[in-house]
Write a protein that binds this ligand. Structure first.
Ligand SMILES: *[C@@H]1O[C@H](CO)[C@@H](O)[C@H](O)[C@H]1NC(C)=O
Ligand SMILES: *[C@@H]1O[C@H](CO)[C@@H](O)[C@H](O)[C@H]1NC(C)=O
Ligand SMILES: *[C@@H]1O[C@H](CO)[C@@H](O)[C@H](O)[C@H]1NC(C)=O
Ligand SMILES: *[C@@H]1O[C@H](CO)[C@@H](O)[C@H](O)[C@H]1NC(C)=O
Length: 561
């Protein structure tokens, strides 16, 4: 139960349309936010020319067609190319054949006496197995950065997979002073292959609870049963006529709960996350051992001296929609993120208030955007949370500032959602449905993220949901083109288990990025690099210093200078 539930939110909501209609008017000031998944900073192009290979997958997901996902065959092909990731070209029978963090290493190419700001530093990574043999195929998931602890400076490096056991990174040297290289093996390609297999299978890695209830409190009958997503022709986690089905009218998403013994299907009231279930067999567990996951590899510890340069570094580009995530997208210096994507500034509390004056901010998604809500609540002068009789972890939440007429809403997205607390199902709204209820306009800022909780379910389902969100955003921007729409990517978390790997996050970010790349007027705010290269230990909930930088960047989009 780990992950997302640490931030304690409660139960997700399901989207029972009937309930939704009933409750919709209550709490109606809620909001929406969306964000977009991430694209790993580097978006998508993390690994080069794809050569699709067949994966060891169960056939259940291959039954899902592009039209089931609500997209064209061409788009699905394009997505699959963007998502392609090399895997072992041979059957692995012993864990010693997998990539070893201990024996893999990196080296700096042709070290020069000195470097200038704006120069590049070239690094090669060589992957070896546990018997020290060179690997012959690619697919290892490395993370690379350049850092200077004293200056609290760091920059992300994109790892290019040559598909022959070697990888390269071309780091930009953005600050004056010293710099050192750091490389981690997040997952061996053998582990990526396992993650990939289960991502595409219908194995239910996570379970949920449905809390049914009926009657007045004194004589109330309650029952708790298991619930889950129904997806695909045989995608049901339960066989036969097992379940109550709750189909969202707009998205077509079907949520299922086992039939309660005494109560009828319309008595579902609350949602909560349930147990996690590992699909790994013994052999897979050996490959996936924690000590082999997210481990620093050894290499050239040489300190690079970077001299100042007259060459301009940085950008004067105004923050707006349509900008691509660059590599690097920016860098930290003294813990402040300097973006190369657009001209980001730092906002004092007063400037935050001025920027948000006369705005309604609809923030949606998961606990990572709730962190944004809470940050605003702490910083914007005079802002107060209204008590909506909801749990502070699961929301919905709302804060207002009367002098400048600021309203900020936060709410979680619909099921599937792994919030630990028990939440009224009626409070869990799908992002697309929320957006459909917002008139939009120059005063409206819609921010959402949709990533972490979806890592437990098939990627085809994610594509389906994102396609629905896209439809709603296209409609919104058609009726109210002045609306600000910002999609936040998923951040890195550095977790060491099968359930929510950064590899999943990278894939979901890629989908979000690809599917919105042609939609004018949408801002992609990619936080992957900001969380991947920071010196703090990665956390599914980025620490305050990172959130502060994210908010400065967010506000730079809302109020560009
Ligand atoms: C995949 O299929 C195999 C053989 O059909 C079956 O034994 C296995 O349990 C399935 N795995 C999952 C995760 O569904
Ligand atoms: C999966 O589908 C392929 C092609 O349709 C078929 O050849 C193969 O036998 C199937 N595998 C399993 C485990 O059902
Ligand atoms: C080293 O510096 C020289 C001269 O500035 C430059 O031409 C060369 O590309 C540099 N080599 C590397 C590996 O950066
Ligand atoms: C791997 O491929 C890269 C790029 O094509 C090449 O430069 C390198 O020499 C190759 N390494 C090995 C060990 O084959």
């Amino acid at each position: 139960m780990v992950m997302l539930s640490t931030q304690k939110s409660n139960a997700p909501v399901c989207r029972l349309r009937q309930y939704v209609l009933l409750l919709a008017c209550f709490l109606w000031t809620s909001f929406c936010l969306v964000l977009w998944a991430l694209n790993g900073g580097t978006h998508i192009k993390q690994f080069q020319p794809p050569r699709p290979k067949s994966v060891l997958r169960n056939n259940s997901s291959s039954i899902i067609s592009a039209s089931d996902m609500g997209i064209s065959d061409e788009e699905w092909e394009r997505l699959q190319k963007a998502l392609d990731w090399p895997i072992p070209d041979q059957e692995i029978t012993h864990w010693m054949q997998s990539t070893s963090p201990e024996h893999s290493s990196f080296s700096i190419l042709g070290v020069n006496e000195s470097y200038k700001v704006g120069d590049k530093l070239y690094v090669t990574i060589t992957a070896r197995d546990h018997k020290k043999n060179l690997k012959r195929y690619g697919g290892d998931f490395f993370k690379a950065k350049l850092f200077n602890s004293e200056q609290k400076a760091s920059v992300f490096g994109e790892v290019v997979d040559h598909r022959n056991g070697t990888y390269s990174v071309a780091f930009l040297l953005p600050w004056e002073g010293q710099a050192q290289v750091f490389v981690r093996l997040e997952h061996s390609s053998e582990v990526v292959q396992i993650i990939k297999k289960y991502t595409e299978s219908s194995f239910p890695r996570t379970h949920y609870n449905g809390h049914f209830g009926s009657g007045p409190s004194k004589t109330r009958i309650s029952e708790v049963v298991e619930c889950n997503l129904k997806w695909g022709a045989d995608g049901s986690w339960k066989k036969g006529d097992c379940c109550c089905e709750y189909k969202d009218v707009k998205t077509g998403t079907v949520w299922q709960c086992e039939k309660p013994k005494t109560l009828s299907c319309d008595k579902l009231v609350h949602h909560s996350s349930g147990r996690l279930e590992s699909p790994l067999n013994m052999f897979e567990q050996q490959l996936f051992a924690k000590k082999l996951t997210n481990v620093a590899i050894s290499g050239d510890k040489k300190i690079i001296n970077v001299l100042s340069s007259t060459a301009a570094i940085g950008t004067v580009e105004k923050c707006r929609s349509g900008l691509k995530t660059l590599v690097p997208a920016g860098f930290y210096a003294k813990d402040v993120w300097k973006s190369f994507v657009c001209n980001t500034r730092q906002f004092s509390p007063e400037q935050m208030g001025n920027c948000l004056k006369n705005k309604i901010v609809y923030i949606m998604g998961d606990s990572t955007t709730r962190q944004w809500f809470e940050y605003f609540e702490r910083k914007v002068p005079g802002i107060k949370r209204m008590y909506l009789h909801t749990d502070s972890a699961t929301g919905p939440l709302m804060a207002v500032e009367l002098k400048n007429n600021i309203i900020i809403h936060w709410r979680p997205h619909g099921v599937p959602l792994r919030f630990g607390r028990v939440t009224p199902i009626t409070d869990l709204h799908y992002i697309n449905s929320e957006i459909d209820e917002i008139a939009g306009g120059p005063h409206a800022v819609i921010v959402f993220t949709y990533c972490a909780h979806l890592a437990f379910h098939p990627l085809t389902f994610y594509v389906f949901e994102v396609a629905k969100i896209r439809q709603s955003i296209v409609a919104l921007l058609s009726r109210a083109p002045d609306t600000t729409v910002i999609i936040k990517s998923g951040n890195t978390a550095g977790l060491k288990d099968i359930f929510l790997s950064d590899w999943h996050t990278l894939q979901l970010n890629t989908v979000m990025w690809e599917m919105f790349s042609d939609i004018d007027g949408v801002i992609f705010f990619d936080v992957w690099q900001m969380t991947s290269c920071h010196y703090l230990v990665e956390n599914i909930h980025p620490r305050p210093v990172i959130i502060a930088n994210e908010i400065d960047m967010l506000l730079s989009y809302v109020c560009p200078s």
